[in-house]
Structure formats: C-alpha cells, structure tokens
Design a protein around this ligand. Structure first.
Ligand code: EPU
Length: 444
C-alpha cells in the first residue's frame, strides 16, 4: 500500500468465482472490544481481530489513552496493555477520523471517573447523532456536558433505568458505551431497547469474562450489577457477518460457487431469507461453513433494513448490487440511515437502473452493466462497486478505496483467491491548480 499515493482497485468483469475463503473477525465487534480493554489495567489479548485501518486507528487512540498496543505480532492477535490510567481525553483529530472511537467514552468514565471525548461530526451516512449515548450515561447517575466540542462525562455510575430506543431503533455503539459505563460502580443498571446485535453479545461475553455481571447479552434488555474491579482477558472476536455476506453476494452475482469457512451462519438469517426469496441456492455445510452455488440469474426481492435480527444496513449497498443484475423490480427501503444511498449515482455510472425517493429506491434489474471509473463514498458502497465491477463488461476502476480498507481485511486477496480479476494500483493524484500555482511561485 503506497503511503502517500492513493490506490484504486482495477476490476475486470466476467470471472465466475469459485473456491473457498476464510472470513475474518468482525470490525464492529473488534472496535468496541478494543475500547473496553481500557476497563482493566494490564494486558488484554484479543484474537481473530481483522487487520483494518480502523483497527490501527483505534490502536492509536488507545495509545494516547495510556495503553501499549501490539498489533498482529501473530495473525489476528492484538494485545492492549494498559499501563497509564491517567489520560482522559480523546482528541478531535482521531475521533473525527473514525466515529467508532467514541466508544472509549464509557470505558474511560467507568474506570477513570472522567472522560473528554470529542463529539463526532456527521458523515456520508447522514447526521449520526450521539444523543442516546449521552441520555443513557446521564440515566446512570453521571454528569454529561458538551464543552468546546467535547463530550465531557464525570461521576461514579450509581445504576438506574435506561431506555435506549431512538427514532431509528436502538443504537449499537450507544449500547456499548452505556454498557461499559455501567459495569463498574454501585447499583444495578437495566437497559431496555438495547441493541441485540451479535457484536454487542460479543462485548457482553468479554465484559463478563473480565469479571462484570451482565445478563441478557444479545437481547433487548441488559441487566448489569456494578462491580468494583475488572481484570484483563484473552478472548476471540466473532466472525464478520457483513464481510461474509459480501463474499456470498460476490458468489451469487458472478453465478459462482463459493464456500466460506470460519463464519457464523446463525447470525446471517435475514440475508439467507433474501437468498431463498431470490432463488439463490446456498447450504450450511456445518456450524461455521456455508456454500453458495448459483449457476443462474437471481430473482428480484424487496428489502427493508432494520436493527438486528432484521436485514443489516451494512449489507444494503452490497445486496443492492445483486438486485441491479437480478430479474425484475426490487424495492429497497433504508430504515436505519435514510440517507445511506450515496452509492446510487455511482451504481448508475455502471449502467444500473435505480430510481430513488427519500429513503426508498426502486431497482430494475438489467441484463448488462459496463465498466467505468467510479468512486467509493463509504466502506459498504465501495464493496458494492467492487461487486458490480465483477460482472460489468470490461474494466471498472474503483477510486477512494481507503474507505474499503477501513472495514475489509484484504478483500482483493480473498476475491483473487476465488478467481476474480482485481488489482490494487497506485496512481498519481490529480495535481490541483493551487499546487501548480505554488510550484510556479517557487520557480519564479
Ligand atoms: N442514532 C440516534 N441517536 C444516537 C445514536 C444513533 O438517533 O445517539 C440513530 C442513528 O442516526 C441511526 C440509528 O440510530 O439512524 C442507528 O445508529 P447506531 O448508533 O446503531 O450506529 P452506530 O452504532 O454508530 C454501528 C456500526 C455501523 C452500522 C450501524 C447500524 C460500529 C462501529 N458501527 O454504528 O457500521 O452501520 O451500527 O447497524 O459498530 C459499517 O460497518 O459500515 C458501519 C457504518
């Protein structure tokens, strides 16, 4: 990966994918679990961590917060050794790079009694507020204020009743923050409308292994009895269900035969339900292996994104890629991030037929797409563009792949192993008029 030079993926469409790949660990489980390591002094070991730029960023934040972090001395292993428990501030430079860094708020508050974490801004998915995180932490007896762009939380959690339901459902990282804030301290905390995502269940498993007393992980009610002290742990991150889904869709869209190992089919039922509706044949070979073998064109299907166990918003743009090439019309409704359709104009550049109004798109499947240069607007949009590139005629250049690198661990290697023609290519950034002017000024 060139350090200063941007990279793009050059995809040549047409190959039918076939073969076996192993799914990496979950990004959205790993990031809050890394933050939760701040709850105990000493060395926490996380296994099956994906090698992503977001994980490297979280490591940088933890180092600012007094941890020594060792990344991938062994494959998948991250060691977070908390040595200095005095820092309490997560700066804007890092939080603005990655919203998940807001997950340090709960652990810092619980363990160090005070936390200053920059308020994250909006992003390409929309506004992305943190009001539920704040409301939850206030409900367990702590003070939260916004001071000069920092969310400042203080006090010792005393327990309480927390209702985390928002207009778009519960908040996933909001649940992680309130959970981590309430594990240490006095009293009992009951969180209702907690996020039920498997990534939260994984975090609960970790916290309980550290000595926390939490019941109800993976359900909408979490009951937490505060404890005085937590100890570091050694624990594995669950498989990434979004990466697994993306790779299955890659199999389906190329009419290939793809087997995924080290995944968890039990948490992918909403996607499987769509595959059944779309007449995409798949089978569960064992508890951690699935195979998709789809020699024909998929049928259209309607899609609504919902909190888990509903269809995940993170697979909306990848599945939409498959719908773009399926037989018939599909309705896609986004109920988590109503504005998460930045990929639509890029899909259209490849020949997709999509009409959009507010949070809903009508996708008409087309017989043929043709390659073009396109740009990833966010991580999952980038994945969707690669999927379309795999079946578009000719060459598709996917630019802005730094978004893809945030959340997919060597996606191009996995696709190449399955027979795809995809290359990472460095390219010279376009020179801006202002650069040319300053060059001229220097020359003069
Ligand atoms: N929301 C509020 N108030 C809040 C927090 C959220 O109204 O205080 C709203 C959001 O605006 C959104 C909905 O609630 O409409 C759900 O947002 P949530 O807080 O659950 O999202 P998140 O925790 O910030 C995580 C994942 C996202 C994933 C969403 C939804 C991590 C690190 N990120 O974000 O992952 O899309 O849950 O499932 O876990 C991705 O991996 O590409 C990604 C964006």
């Amino acid at each position: 990966m060139g350090m200063n030079m941007p990279s793009k993926f050059v995809v040549e469409g047409g190959a039918r994918l076939h073969g076996t790949v192993q799914v990496s660990g979950s990004k959205n489980a790993a990031l809050p679990m890394m933050a939760a390591a701040l709850l105990a002094k000493g060395a926490t070991v996380l296994r099956n961590v994906p090698d992503l730029t977001d994980v490297h960023l979280m490591a940088e934040i933890l180092e600012i917060l007094g941890a020594e972090v060792t990344l991938f001395d062994e494959p998948g292993v991250v060691v977070i050794n908390v040595v200095d428990e005095s820092p309490i501030t997560a700066p804007y430079e890092l939080v603005s790079e990655m919203r998940a860094s807001f997950c340090v708020l709960g652990p810092l508050l619980a363990r160090r009694g005070e936390a200053h974490v920059s308020q994250p801004g909006g992003c390409t998915l929309g506004e992305r507020p943190v009001d539920l995180h704040i409301k939850g932490i206030q409900a367990i007896g702590c003070e939260v204020e916004l001071i000069r762009g920092n969310v400042t939380a203080k006090g010792r959690p005393t327990g309480g009743r927390v209702y985390l339901g928002g207009p778009m459902g519960p908040s996933v990282t909001g649940t992680a923050n309130v959970l981590c804030a309430s594990v240490m301290g006095s009293g009992v905390t009951i969180i209702d409308q907690a996020a039920c995502e498997p990534e939260i269940a994984n975090l609960v498993e970790m916290l309980n292994a550290m000595g926390a007393r939490i019941r109800g992980g993976g359900t909408s009610r979490l009951v937490i009895e505060g404890v005085d002290e937590l100890k570091p742990v050694d624990i594995a991150v669950i498989p990434d269900r979004i990466e697994a889904g993306t790779l299955m869709i890659a199999g389906a869209i190329t009419r290939g035969d793809v087997t995924l190992e080290r995944c968890d089919p039990d948490v992918m039922l909403a996607l499987f339900d769509k595959f059944t509706e779309m007449r995409v044949p798949f089978e569960r070979l064992d508890a951690s292996t699935v195979r998709i073998n789809c020699p024909h064109r998929a049928q259209s299907a309607d899609l609504v994104t919902l909190p888990y166990p509903g269809f995940p918003t993170d697979l909306q743009s990848p599945l939409m890629a498959l719908l773009c090439t399926s037989d018939g019309y599909s309705l896609v409704e986004e109920k988590i991030y109503p504005e998460r359709f930045m990929h639509v104009p890029e899909y259209r550049r490849l020949g997709a037929d999509i009409r959009k109004q507010f949070n809903t798109c009508i996708v008409t499947g087309v017989d043929k797409l043709s390659g073009a240069p396109v740009a990833a607007t966010d991580l999952r949009a980038g994945a969707g563009l690669i999927l379309l590139g795999l079946v578009a005629e000719g060459q598709t250049d996917v630019l802005k792949i730094q978004h893809v690198d945030r959340g997919y661990d060597r996606l191009e290697d996995k696709l190449t192993a399955l027979g795809a023609d995809i290359k990472r290519v460095d390219y010279f950034p376009r020179r801006r008029a202002s650069d040319r002017n300053s060059q001229r000024a220097r020359a003069a």
